[in-house]
Write a new protein. Sequence first.
Length: 143
Amino acid sequence: MARLKIDLPSVFLFHADIPIRITDVNYGGHVGNDTILSIIHEARVQFLKSHGYEEMNLEGLGLIMSDVAIEFKKELFYGQVIRAFVAAADFGRVDFDLVYKLEAGSGNDFVTAALAKTRMVCYDYNAKKIAALPQKAKAELEK
């Protein structure tokens, strides 16, 4: 099987700093792979908020994550800060990607720890069906 490869956008216009908590550390003494999924969830919520949205309100629609891919690059440890860069890309009729670059470190010394991508699908929870991506939301998320 070919190794996973996540293509990054040339520019990230948003980032959030997320500290590693002691509860993020597993029995191996480092951050568990399940925690990376939680970190990108937090980054996604902050990214959407920066654009005036929430996961349950993207121009009146909700979002469902249809898939996720993560490339692990470096171990993460308690006390480090994750600088989570997020960008929207690859817009479709009903969905789009969020691409993440997680850098770990402190001060001005950060290195890439993980790359991730989630496919987000617009969903009308009232009608219980997939819905078209609102063009206003697409324009906003591209900023």
